[in-house]
Design a protein around this ligand. Structure first.
Ligand code: 6R9
Length: 650
């Protein structure tokens, strides 16, 4: 848990010019405090409803919420058609930039055509509202089109990050019983095409091992790298032969506000990822409201760019549903920040005149490492607002971001939220809040949070406690797919008596009442803003024939926030081949989970530190990995274990 929190930290008041034109106002907090539900009803009315709702919130089945009860709407129509109907069809929705440098602009009218064609095809193959669709794609326009086409038909999408392994895809496909998988032939990795369809084939298996739910695999041609792409006749179809042949007209239906819009799997404290369920009306209301107010978005003027991948929640809420429901023009970039070189992001900002830029602190720190002469070589004067998400931002990175990318004037919104919260929850309001570098400041109007101790008592300013959300909010998760018990247990059991949502983060207020999020208090690591559980990596390591036991921790890392450090015990008789073994183990994790989960460091040790009740003492391993003096070791069975571990690392 990092950043230093002093109330004397310099604040950055909004400039008069910014405040004068800001969407958000201080008065919004008062209005929301006076009548929270009425405030949310007002936000919901920013959307087009087919049937108006007759009740804002039904919390009688807590912790299962129902928002905007009785209301019906079509999410895709709200994101696309209504802008076309309002005469904005010629506005660019998406400036897409491919990794090899190709590009494509899609107007709202074109997007409407593409989404309609895809929806017509999905219907033609027999998919009906409520069916699940897995999307395993790089950041190509068809990925966003697919998500919107699902939304249009009431199909629940489950986007699986294309950097995840075949195994990870399979478990998600099985858990959701997806009928359709959408993918690409390949994806670009640092300028070179790499196979992706092959991973889908491996995931879906064949014969007795075949994924039973899957009827079709729809393939977008992206890399065209393989003339003999493996193909399963009857199951596999090309997008160009099917979707592209459909009519561009499609009449949408309206769905209940609570209809499940998507599932998104995220790491929990156990090895098995959970499918977080999101709704339609409540989710879109908050994604849309936060986009308008937190990013101060001005229709027809701003160019927004969120650097996240659609495989994460940030890509759902701020690449698809938030911006498009507001009629925004946005950049969607397929590649990594350093392909073909470190100038890429700044060239894109310059070329498209990006005004609002939203990335993770880990990327800001990477930019810092590359040196300011790189951004300085570009005209970034279009940038007027900066956002940060995914992990705590250290004050140095905050200041650098504002000065170097934001021309020393752009307000920064440090936005705290989670896959489970669906949309931004805690953030400064630009033009209103005097932000402090490193603090997410305070809950947005309409949101209520608190910091409490183990018993649920509010902690005093300066003290660390648990971050809880003590009132329901529209975009809150509606459950874990197929696992009601786990939903109650994970989020609602810690403060069951009070009925609060436990976020899993530690936080504190400073003397001025500004809120500082300190990081996870559970066994979830945060690597470059990606959530990975220690249990997942441990189970991948133990999956190697030579490993008897493994313990994994997230150790502080200058660039990535945390880095994965593993400690493993080998099975009897297995030879420690040093480097070769470490390489094999890292590979194992990469195959089972993803390259992003590869441990930075693997230590082969004779023993793991355990308490008398048999729990691995991760806290102590963290001390070792971060080079600290050991804390209290008195509960250990055998404190001398550490000498052996330390010697191994020396
Ligand atoms: C949106 C997203 C959620 C976890 C969350 C917290 C960390 C996110 C943060 C932040 C400090 C911020 N986190 N934003 N910590 N300041 N502004 O990242 O969702 O992938 O589910 O991760 O990320 O620890 O609990 P998700």
């Amino acid at each position: 848990m990092s950043p230093a929190t002093t109330s004397s930290a310099q604040g950055y008041p909004p400039s008069k010019e910014f405040a004068a034109q800001a969407n958000a106002t201080a008065e919004m907090y008062d209005r929301a405090d006076a009548d929270r539900l009425e405030f949310w009803a007002e936000q919901a009315r920013r959307l087009d409803w087919d049937t108006d709702f007759d009740q804002v919130l039904d919390w009688s089945g807590a912790p299962f919420a129902k928002w905007f009860v009785g209301g019906t709407l079509n999410v895709a129509v709200n994101c696309v058609d209504r802008h076309v109907a309002a005469g904005k069809g010629e506005r660019v929705a998406i400036h897409w930039v491919g990794e090899p440098g190709d590009s494509r602009d899609l107007t709202y009218a074109q997007l409407q055509d593409e989404v309609s064609k895809a929806a017509n095809y999905f219907s033609a193959i027999g998919l009906v509202a409520g069916d699940r669709v897995a999307i395993y794609m790089p950041m190509v326009p068809e990925a966003l089109i697919s998500m919107l086409a699902c939304a249009r038909l009431g199909l629940t999408h489950s986007v699986v990050f294309a950097g995840f392994s075949a195994g990870a895809l399979r478990s998600r496909v099985d858990d959701a019983e997806a009928k359709l998988v959408i993918t690409t032939d390949g994806q670009y990795r640092r300028g070179k095409p790499a196979p992706l369809k092959a991973a889908v084939d491996e995931a879906l298996g064949s014969g007795d091992d075949a994924a039973k739910s899957v009827e079709k695999v729809l393939v977008v041609r992206r890399t065209n790298h393989d003339e003999n792409l493996p193909w399963v006749d009857g199951r596999d179809v090309w997008w160009e032969d099917t979707v592209d042949e459909q009519s561009a007209t499609h009449s949408p239906e309206a769905f209940d506000a609570e209809h499940p819009l998507f599932l998104l799997y995220t790491s929990g404290t156990t090895g098995k990822p959970k499918g977080i369920v999101h709704s339609s009306g409540g989710y879109l209301t908050q994604a849309s409201y936060t986009f308008h107010n937190v990013f101060d978005h001005k229709e027809g003027r701003d160019v927004f760019w969120c650097g996240a991948d659609i495989g994460w929640v940030t890509g759902h809420s701020y690449l698809v549903y938030g911006p498009l429901s507001n009629g925004a023009t946005e950049v969607v970039y397929e590649g990594t920040p350093n392909s073909p070189n470190e100038h890429r992001h700044f060239e894109i900002i310059e070329k498209y005149g990006v005004t609002i830029y939203y990335i993770a602190p880990t990327l800001i720190r990477t930019f810092m490492k590359w040196g300011r002469e790189i951004p300085d070589a570009h005209d970034l004067s279009s940038v007027r607002l900066l956002g940060s998400v995914g992990e705590p931002i250290n004050p140095e990175a905050w200041k650098w971001y504002r000065e170097v990318i934001g021309g020393d004037t752009a307000p920064i919104v440090d936005t705290w939220w989670q896959t489970e919260t669906g949309a931004i929850m805690i953030s400064p309001l630009p033009g209103v809040t005097e932000a402090k570098p490193g603090s997410a400041m305070k809950p947005l109007p309409g949101i209520s949070a608190n910091i409490v101790d183990d018993q649920g008592n509010p902690v005093s300013h300066g003290e660390q406690g648990y971050l809880v959300l003590d009132q329901p909010w529209p975009s809150m998760l509606r459950g874990i797919w197929g696992d009601e018990d786990r939903f109650r247990e994970t989020y609602w059991s810690r403060f069951a008596e009070q009925g609060w949502y436990f976020a899993g983060d530690g936080a504190r207020y400073d003397d001025d009442g500004a809120l500082w999020v300190l990081g996870r208090v559970d066994d979830v690591m945060n690597i470059s803003g990606h959530r990975i559980s220690t249990a997942e990596v441990e189970s991948a390591l133990v999956g190697h024939a030579g490993v008897a036991e493994a313990a994994v921790i997230g150790a502080a890392d200058e660039t990535t926030g945390q880095g994965i450090v593993a400690f493993v015990i080998l099975r009897e008789g297995v030879e420690n081949t040093g480097e070769a073994l470490v390489k094999e183990l890292r590979e194992q994790v990469s195959i089972e989970i993803s390259p992003i989960a590869k441990p930075r460091e693997i230590n082969v040790v004779p023993e793991l530190p355990k308490t008398r009740s048999g729990k691995i003492m991760r806290r102590l391993l963290k001390d070792v990995a971060e080079g600290r003096e050991l804390g209290d070791t008195s509960t250990l069975v055998d404190p001398s274990v550490f000498e052996a571990i330390r010697q191994k690392r020396a």
